[in-house]
Design a binder for this molecule. Sequence first.
Ligand SMILES: NC(=O)c1ccc[n+]([C@@H]2O[C@H](COP(=O)([O-])OP(=O)(O)OC[C@H]3O[C@@H](n4cnc5c(N)ncnc54)[C@H](OP(=O)(O)O)[C@@H]3O)[C@@H](O)[C@H]2O)c1
Length: 235
Amino acid sequence: MKQYIVTGAGRGIGRDTALALAADSSHWVLALSRNREALQQLWETAKAQGCSERLCCLPYDLTHPEPTRLMEELSQWGKLHGIVNNAGLLIHKSFEELTDADWLAMFQVNCLSVVSLIRQVLPLLEVAQGAHIVNIGSMGGFQGSAKFAGLSAYSASKAALANLAETLAEEFSSRKIAVNCLALGAVQTEMLAQAFPGYEAPLSSAQMGSFIAWFVTHGHTFFNGKVLPVSVSTP
Ligand SMILES: NC(=O)c1ccc[n+]([C@@H]2O[C@H](COP(=O)([O-])OP(=O)(O)OC[C@H]3O[C@@H](n4cnc5c(N)ncnc54)[C@H](OP(=O)(O)O)[C@@H]3O)[C@@H](O)[C@H]2O)c1
C-alpha cells in the first residue's frame, strides 16, 4: 500500500484528488480540511464509490498546526509516499485594498503552511521507492504568464510556492524525495467563480483531480524540481 496526504480536501480540486487517489485499491489517503461537514460528505461519496475504507478524513487547520495530533494519525501508516499541497486561499482585491492581514493570510495558507506540513512529516517521506511532494501552484505564479489585476498577493504567494518546489527538490535529492509544482490554469471551482465571475473553465475539478492523482503517484519518475504549467486556457 502507498500512503498519501491531500490538503484542502473539503471541496474543489482537493476533494476530487482525494477521491481519485482512494479509487486505487493500493492507496491510503489522509484528507485534511477545516470543514468537518465537507469531510463527512467526502467520506459518504467515497463510501458510495466503494473506497471509503481507504480514505481517512481529518479536520485540520493547516494555519494552526498540531504536529502531535497529525503524527498520531500517521503513526498507524508508518511511511508516506506523497503529499498534495492543494489547500489555497485567494482574496481578490486591488493592491490598494489588500491589507497586511490579507497578504499574511494568503502567504500563510498558500506557502508557510506547506513549509510547516513538509517539516512535520519529512521523516515519514524517506521510502525506498522514492516519495513525491506536489505543490498546487497557479499560472498566476508562473514566470512570464498573463497576470490579472486584483491577484497580486495571491500570485506572489503562488510564485513563492513554486520556488519552494525547486529549492526543496535540490535539498531533498539525496533522500529520494522529489518535489514539483503544478501551475494550474482555470478549473471550474468556487475559487475560480470568485476570481473570475461568469468565466467558464474548460476543465472540471474531477478532471484535474484525476490528473493530480496520477501525477503524485507517477510524476516523480519523470520530473523533479520542476514548475509545470497545467493549463489549456487563460480567463
Ligand atoms: N480553480 C482554479 O481555477 C485554480 C487555478 C489555479 C490554481 N488553483 C489552486 O488549486 C487549489 C485548489 O483550488 P480550488 O479551485 O479547488 O479552490 P476551493 O474550491 O476554494 O478550495 C480550496 C481548498 O483550500 C482549503 N483551505 C483554505 N484554507 C485552509 C486552511 N487554513 N486549512 C486547511 N484547508 C484550507 C479549503 O478548505 P476549507 O474547507 O478548510 O475551507 C478548500 O478545500 C488551490 O491551491 C488553488 O490556489 C486553482
